[in-house]
Write a protein that binds this ligand. Structure first.
Ligand SMILES: C[S@@+](CC[C@H](N)C(=O)[O-])C[C@H]1O[C@@H](n2cnc3c(N)ncnc32)[C@H](O)[C@@H]1O
Length: 325
């Protein structure tokens, strides 16, 4: 009873109701809330603090920034959703807030697009060397099977594409990445796709901020070839998989395209099946599968890349000694 009263008191104030309405449209930083609400930063921060300590909203630090979003579990979530369902779309103050929110999002989109325009040039070049992304994604969906997943983790989510591919087949999906710019893009993309069950978080894939045995689907899509320690990254990924959970790894078969190292920061020029399967087994995975997707090329001498999809299931009992070491 006391908790409920505290939560209702935290919400029962006009600015805090406006904050709730804004956060129901996606994650926002304090400075974004400040520019929409037109109030001073200390005032907005005080409102936010009250909502956060009542469990109505959550604080997500990301480097020097902090994002806020509605609680996604527990009593705080239920209370927030109940109150939001009572909002009147024709309320003048809230309607004006939403107009200002659009302007804030527009500025954010422009900044993200400018960044993406730079990396997209690189990606487009690399993509032109392999089978279309549509074909790779179709093969990946097939490899993951038809089941619905409860919780997915996309490691090195980039623009959040894997969240879009699997978001509808998963109750909750989370993407992590080390790049703030990429996370901004991913946030925009999942908002645009209306995927309310998906979110992203800043984190290093070598040190995931999750307990063991948590996710029943883990994806690592075109990430391992950038890493110094792909094997360590894989072991960390398997650690957070639920027993019986599935991992999908997409990367390249061994190739000779040195310019990917020199100009695109690739460290590894692909992976052999033997190497990957050995790492997967040593990390505590079983039922390992692999398939190769070769581009349709006429000219045998042309530069090209074969995309590989490896899948594996986490042992349902304790993992191997190496995985636990
Ligand atoms: C080529 S992108 C792939 C993005 C996405 N998986 C896709 O296929 O569209 C590689 C991503 O890995 C991320 N990354 C690299 N090292 C990382 C690390 N140590 N921790 C988390 N993310 C990392 C990069 O920031 C980048 O977004």
């Amino acid at each position: 009873m006391e908790q409920l009263v505290t939560a209702l008191r935290a919400i029962g104030e006009p600015t805090r109701l406006r904050i709730l309405s804004l956060l129901s449209r996606g994650e926002l930083t304090v400075s974004e809330l400040v520019s929409v609400l037109g109030q001073s930063q200390p005032r907005v921060s005080r409102h936010i603090k009250l909502l956060a300590s009542a469990g109505i909203i959550e604080r997500l630090p990301e480097g020097t920034w902090v994002f806020y979003r509605l609680a996604d579990h527990g009593r705080g979530q239920k209370i927030a959703q109940s109150v939001i369902s009572l909002f009147d779309d024709t309320d003048r103050v809230m309607a004006r807030d939403l107009e200002r929110l659009e302007a804030v999002k527009h500025a954010r989109t422009n900044a993200a697009n400018a960044y993406f325009a730079e990396v997209a040039k690189d990606w487009a070049h690399i993509r032109s060397l392999h089978l279309s992304e549509n074909s790779v994604e179709a093969a990946l969906r097939e490899a993951a099977g038809k089941q619905r997943f409860k919780s997915m983790l996309d490691i090195g989510t980039g623009t959040g594409r894997m969240l879009e591919v699997f978001g509808q087949h998963t109750e909750r999906a989370l993407g992590i990445d080390l790049s703030h710019e990429m996370l901004n893009l991913a946030r925009l993309n999942i908002e645009k796709a209306g995927l309310e069950n998906c979110s992203v978080r800043h984190s290093d894939l070598y040190n995931l901020p999750f307990e063991d045995d948590k996710f029943d689907l883990v994806c690592i899509h075109q990430v391992l070839h950038y890493l110094d320690e792909p094997r360590t990254a894989l072991r960390e990924a398997v650690r957070v998989m639920a027993p019986g959970g599935l991992i999908t790894i997409v990367d390249f078969a061994p190739h000779q395209l040195e310019f990917l190292r020199e100009q695109h920061a690739h460290r590894r020029l692909g992976f052999t099946d033997a190497e990957m399967e050995n790492w997967m087994q040593m990390s505590g995975l079983k039922n390992i599968t692999h398939r190769a997707l070769r581009p349709d090329i006429q000219d045998a001498s042309a530069n090209h890349l074969t995309v590989k999809i490896w899948t594996g299931e986490r042992h349902s009992t304790t993992a191997t000694a190496e995985a636990r070491a």
